[in-house]
Design a binder for this molecule. Structure first.
Ligand SMILES: [Zn+2]
Length: 92
């Protein structure tokens, strides 16, 4: 894994890896781990929902479809946030 210096999302100052709040401007730093967890949870919900929607009928199938939608939203949302952050880090 490439060692990327962590910088504040607001003022671009280098900050320690585990800092949640920037010491320079007090901006709360988004956690990349949270994104990963969101995407993983989304994928799980999506797969589980797909299985339920395909393998079952009635209310369970409906619940499966809902899981599918929620999982898709979580996965895409987390991934988009991750991409946004990478793009912002590269320059703006
Ligand atoms: Zn800052």
């Amino acid at each position: 894994m490439p060692r990327d210096r962590v910088r504040c999302v607001e003022c671009r100052e280098p900050i320690p890896d585990d800092t949640r709040v920037c010491p320079h401007c007090d901006a709360v730093q988004p956690s990349p781990l949270l994104d990963v967890a969101t995407v993983v949870a989304g994928v799980f919900a999506f797969v589980f929902g797909a299985i339920l929607a395909l393998m079952t009928l009635g209310t369970t199938r409906l619940a499966g479809f809902m899981l599918l939608v929620v999982g898709f939203g979580l996965g895409v949302g987390g991934y988009t946030r991750h991409i946004d952050r990478r793009a912002g880090r590269r320059g703006r």
